[in-house]
Design a protein around this ligand. Structure first.
Ligand SMILES: [Zn+2]
Length: 121
């Protein structure tokens, strides 16, 4: 069994090793005593844990770069949709929506790209 749980007193903030959202108390380790990759509450991330954990760093970097670029495109499309390109002129709500496009777009793109390339599990 390679799934592990965080101990109750361990409350340091950690991020999901798959999508980079806030992790919860579940993680994955290749073997007992190996570093743990913590996971968020997404079932998709749980499904992808092993393949991402074992992925070479170079491949992981490529996935992250592609997800970053896609999230940037989504955020750019949002700015085009509201007709603004100067970030200093965004309202508070527009700024939050822009950031949401970047952050959630990155997470969603990363998960989707992993799923497309990691199957079969
Ligand atoms: Zn996740």
């Amino acid at each position: 069994m390679n799934a592990v749980s965080r101990i109750k007193g361990d409350r340091e903030p950690v991020i999901c090793g798959v999508c980079r959202r806030r992790a919860i108390g579940l993680g994955w380790a290749g073997r007992q005593g190996h570093p743990v990759m913590w996971l968020c509450d997404s079932p998709v991330c749980g499904t992808l844990a092993r393949s991402v954990y074992e992925m070479p760093k170079v491949a992981l970097d490529r996935f992250e770069q592609a997800a970053r670029d896609e999230a940037g495109d989504m955020a750019g499309a949002y700015l085009e949709s509201i007709g603004k390109t100067d970030l200093a002129r965004l309202t508070e709500e527009e700024w939050k929506t822009f950031l949401h496009q970047v952050l959630v777009g990155f997470e969603a793109s990363l998960r989707r790209r992993f799923l497309e390339n990691a199957a079969p599990f």
